[in-house]
Ligand binder design. Sequence first.
Ligand code: IPE
Ligand code: IPE
Ligand code: MG
Length: 238
Amino acid sequence: MTDHKQTPKHVAIIMDGNGRWAQMRLRPRLVGHHAGAKRVREVVKACPELGVKYLTIFAFSTENWKRTQTEVAGLMKLFKRYIRREAQNLLEEGVRVRFIGDRVRLEPALVDLMDGLELLTADNDKVHLTIALNYGGRDEVARAARRLAHDVEMGKLNPRDVCDETFPKYLDTYVLPDPDLVIRTSGEARISNFLLWQSAYSEYEFIDTLWPDFTAEVFAEVVGRFGARERRFGAVPV
Ligand code: IPE
Ligand code: IPE
Ligand code: MG
């Protein structure tokens, strides 16, 4: 049961602290978001060597629309730019990209870029990068329940077959394994509506580093610590 040499196959990251990073430098919050975006490439690149096959990153939550119009618009622009600039590199690095979250509220130009990147990298298998954009765990569960109810209504699903194995097939993450390790940067110890269903048995690491300071070295260190954890899944260790 206990494996002390384990590596987390799926790491999920709440990339927090961009705003504070910028504020500390007396710069606008968007400067922090740009600095944060630069770290993503480095972290993705470090995955194969660390044995991380799946990386899921929280880029924009369903609650982040509450921010100023300037910040939201700047972030949407940054996402479009990121996809355009990184597409070729991700393809060449063997990264398969997926997006989770509700696309309905996103502007069509961004959704087109997201679809394009998913299609472009669909044959890759080295690293599976999932970007959570306009994602909220509660929203995802509610959307899943809606689809499930629709299938019941259409006679495709028997209510008696709804269980904790069938339900996650309706989640945005249906093709992904559950995260083994969830990292949150910036010192906040909360999950802010991230992967609520999927992280039921994840190990958590809350670290003080602000996301724009999260280097490949910091990533390796946090992933390394996972090896010493004992996961029980409710059982008694043997
Ligand atoms: C995380 O950094 C990025 C997003 C939520 C888009 P923040 O912007 O939340 O940074 P802080 O928490 O204000 O420092
Ligand atoms: C969580 O960070 C969302 C992302 C990292 C995209 P927030 O900064 O939005 O979370 P709260 O508001 O501190 O809980
Ligand atoms: Mg924050």
